[in-house]
Design a protein around this ligand. Sequence first.
Ligand code: 13P
Length: 249
Amino acid sequence: MQQSMKLVAGNWKMNGVAAALAEVEALRAALAEAPASCRVALCPPATLIERMARAASGSPIEIGGQDCRAETHGAFTGDLSASMLKDAGAGLVILGHSERRQGYGESDALVAAKAAAALDAGLAPIVCVGETLEQREAGRAVEIVRSQVMASLPLALTGRDFAVAYEPVWAIGTGLTPTLEQIEEVHRAVRSAMIERLGLGISATPILYGGSVKPDNARDILAVPEVGGALVGGASLKAADFLGIIRGA
Ligand code: 13P
C-alpha cells in the first residue's frame, strides 16, 4: 500500500450481483478520462471479487474483501481464508468492521489474528475501529478507539502495508457524522496509539474516516488533518456518487 496518497475505498457490504459490474465499468471509464489524485478501491461481496478484479484489470481500481477467517484452511463451513481472497484477485481486506464486531461478536484479539493472517496471504488489511453512540455520549470515544487500536493491530503490521479506518458506529448508514473537530480529535488519538503500538515507522500509514461519507461532505472530511482517506458504504454503490467522493480527495 503506497503511504502518501489518500485511499478512498468502497465497502459494498451485502450488495451487488453481476449487473452491478456496470458501475465498475463506469468508474473505470471516468478514471481513465480524468485520473484520480487518490488511490481507489472497491470491496464487493466475495462472490463478485473475481469478476470485479477482471473488470478492473489494468485500471487503478484496487479490489478488496470484506472479511476473512484467521485460519488458513479447514472445516469452517461458509468461511473464506485470506489466501482465497488473494487468489480471487483481492489485494486488500476490510477487517473488524463494526457490523462484524457487533453482529458476530468479533473481539479485538480475533481482528488482530485476522490481520496477521491477511498479511501472511499478501493482503493489506484495513482494520476498522469506532465507538458506539452510548460510548460517545459517555465521553469515552477516544478511550474506546485507542484501546481497539492497541489490541486489534498485530505487531506483525510493523513496516507493512495496511490502513486503519475510524468508523463511529452511530455514523454508519445514518446520515449523521461527527464534527470535523471530533474527527480530527479521534484521528490524532488513533495515530498516537498506532505509534505507541508499532513505532514511528507507521507515521504515513493512512487513517481512513468512514460513516455517512457522501459527495457533499467528502471534501471537507478529507481535508481534516490526519484523515488519509475514506471508507464509504452506501455512496460507493453508484459510480457517480463514488466519483463525487473520489474527486474530493
Ligand atoms: P455508510 O457510508 O453507508 O455510512 O457506511 C460506512 C461503512 O460502514 C463503510 O465501511
